[in-house]
Design a protein around this ligand. Sequence first.
Ligand code: DC
Length: 211
Amino acid sequence: MKEKIITIDGPAASGKEKISKYISRKWKFKHLDSGILYRRLALIFFNENIDVNNLSKIKKKIREIKYLSYRKNQKLRTQEISKLSSKIAVHIFIRNFVNKLQYDFVKKNKNNQGFVIDGRDIGSVVFKNADLKLYIDVKAEIRAKRRYKQLIDSGEKSIYPKILKEIKLRDNKDKLRKNSPLVIPKDAFIINNNSSFSDTIKQIKPLLNNL
Ligand code: DC
C-alpha cells in the first residue's frame, strides 16, 4: 500500500508541531518538521558568521552542505534564528535545497503508514498531491499569548508586545515573499486552533479516520 502524506501548513506559533506530533503518535505516521531544516541552515550561517545578505557566499556554503540533522535543540528556537530562518527562506535556491531534503526523507523512510509534514508551503508546493491537507488558523494575538506563556514557564524573560510584533513581522515575511509564500492550499481543510487542543483534535480526527 502506498504511504499516505498529510501536510500541515500555518503561520508561526500556530501549533503545527503539537498537532503533527499528535497525528504521528496516534496514526503511526513519520513526522517531518520542515521548519527545522530552514532553522538548521540559519544556525550554520550564524555560527560561521556568514552574512546572509551576501548571496554568493550563502550559495557557496549551500553547495558544500551534504547533510542536515533533523534533531531539535534550544539553539534552533531562539528569536535570532527564527528571524534569520524566515529571512533566508525567501530565496529559491534555499527552498530547492530544503525541498530536495524533504523528498529524500520520504524516499528513505518507505515501509511505514505514512508521513505528516509541517511547514509553510507543504500542501501548496512541496507535496501538492498529498492525501490530506490541513491549514492551521490562529489569531496572531492568541499565538503571541501562547508563545509568551511558554517562554515565561521555561524561566525565560519575555515581553508580550515584543512577541506579538515579532510574530506579525514573521507572518508578513512568510506571506508576502515571492517564492512559495504561506497560503491556504486550495484543497486544504482549515483547522481552527484558537481554543483548546481537544477542540482542535475534534476537527482533525474525522478527517484522518476517513483517509
Ligand atoms: O515553522 P518554523 O517557525 O520552525 O519555521 C521557521 C521559518 O522557516 C519560517 O519563518 C519560514 C521558514 N519556513 C518556510 O519558509 N517554509 C517551510 N515549509 C517551513 C519553514
